[in-house]
Design a protein around this ligand. Structure first.
Ligand SMILES: *[C@@H]1O[C@H](CO)[C@@H](O)[C@H](O)[C@H]1NC(C)=O
Ligand SMILES: *[C@@H]1O[C@H](CO)[C@@H](O)[C@H](O)[C@H]1NC(C)=O
Ligand SMILES: *[C@@H]1O[C@H](CO)[C@@H](O)[C@H](O)[C@H]1NC(C)=O
Length: 251
């Protein structure tokens, strides 16, 4: 059995995005040593190796706004969607490849349901990858915990997808509602700023799978699979104090 202490060495970077604005903002987390990837735009192509930073974006908007003609799911980088002119928001992240990271989006001043309530993660241009739109919130429910997997082949991003656990993490906890048999949701009116006392900040666990440009295998997905039952939230004291105290058996 692993306990949170043995996990900390796997998780050496946390990215807190402080800017959620109408356009792309400068990247908050700066590259540490070992970076060879000098592509900082989420709308450009790159090939990565382990130890690189990798920039991707998350767009927040309504579900239909991610589709062209209501049928074709496009990357938010694609101008044909016209997302920049809509009621949408973007945030940028630059995690380190093959490290499990927890992205945190503070919802104290940013209510996702004000921007359509869905999000799409994306990166790349010619080799654009985008996730399916994930429901975050409406006036009734908010989903606060997500796992995002980025799959690379020879260092090129192939696929971004949301990994769901079928509500295993909230089974039996009456503070949560299981939506569509896949997402653990809190009632929006119980959130701070919405009439309640719960910090409904979003947490996105990141994992990498596949191979880098030297064909080295990216392993962090394997680790997340195995660690799933120990949510990464528990490892971050700042998040922990604001999140764990709210529900005794949240973690
Ligand atoms: C979207 O609709 C427009 C106008 O109805 C049409 O000209 C265009 O070919 C359609 N694009 C796709 C990708 O279906
Ligand atoms: C979000 O921001 C508020 C106000 O700055 C702060 O009190 C709260 O602890 C933050 N929540 C998280 C999860 O960092
Ligand atoms: C919010 O979303 C949930 C899950 O998709 C749905 O069941 C509910 O009817 C929605 N509520 C509103 C007010 O749109």
């Amino acid at each position: 059995m692993l306990n949170p202490k043995t996990l900390t060495f796997l998780v050496s970077s946390v990215f807190i995005v402080v800017t959620i604005a109408a356009s792309f903002q400068t990247i908050v987390a700066l590259d540490e040593g070992g970076n060879t990837n000098h592509v900082y735009s989420p709308c450009s192509d790159t090939r990565i190796q382990r130890s690189d930073g990798f920039t991707f974006g998350i767009a927040f908007s309504s579900r239909p706004s991610f589709f062209l003609n209501q049928t074709v799911l496009l990357s938010p980088c694609d101008r044909r969607l016209g997302l920049a002119a809509m009621n949408s928001q973007f945030s940028l992240f630059r995690p380190k490849i093959d490290e499990i990271s927890l992205l945190s989006i503070n919802t104290s001043a940013f209510f996702p349901d004000n921007y359509g309530g869905y999000m799409v993660a994306f990166a790349g241009r010619k080799y654009a990858a985008r996730s399916s739109p994930a429901f975050i919130a409406n006036s009734t429910f908010i989903v606060t915990s997500f796992t995002l997997v980025m799959e690379f082949q020879k260092g090129r991003l192939q696929n971004i997808y949301w990994k769901r656990d079928g509500c295993a993490s909230c089974k039996g906890n009456s503070n949560f509602v299981c939506l569509n048999k896949q997402d653990c949701a809190i009632r929006t009116p119980s959130c701070k700023g919405r009439g309640g006392s719960v910090d409904c900040s979003l947490g996105i666990q990141l994992a990498f799978s596949g191979t880098d440009k030297h064909l080295a295998v990216l392993n962090s997905w394997y680790e997340v699979e195995n660690l799933k039952q120990y949510s990464l939230y528990g490892l971050y004291s700042n998040l922990k104090s604001s999140l764990t105290n709210q529900f005794n058996n949240f973690f």
